[in-house]
Design a protein around this ligand. Structure first.
Ligand SMILES: [Ca+2]
Ligand SMILES: [Ca+2]
Length: 81
């Protein structure tokens, strides 16, 4: 699985960010902890996991800036083959 791809659809997108966001700062044993967002496998979701997601964001289709030139990501920015 690609680092940052929390929902395992082979694209690191805002959908994965939406999985990471509610579990950010949570560790294993916390009811809000979601292991799908723990890309570093250290059983806590923190800035290191976020940085992996950010680094691979839009890994298919180029960087965020290349997607539509606006620097913002929307649902129309991704065109999976
Ligand atoms: Ca994904
Ligand atoms: Ca982690």
């Amino acid at each position: 699985m690609r680092a940052g791809d929390a929902n395992n659809d082979n694209i690191v997108s805002v959908l994965d960010f939406n999985i990471l966001k509610p579990t950010f700062g949570r560790g294993i044993g916390d009811p809000s902890y979601d292991a799908r967002a723990d890309f570093t496998n250290d059983q806590i979701v923190n800035i290191n996991d976020f940085n992996l997601l950010k680094g691979n964001f839009g890994a298919i289709g180029g960087s965020v800036e290349q997607l539509n030139g606006s620097g913002r990501v929307g649902r129309n920015d991704y065109h999976p083959q």
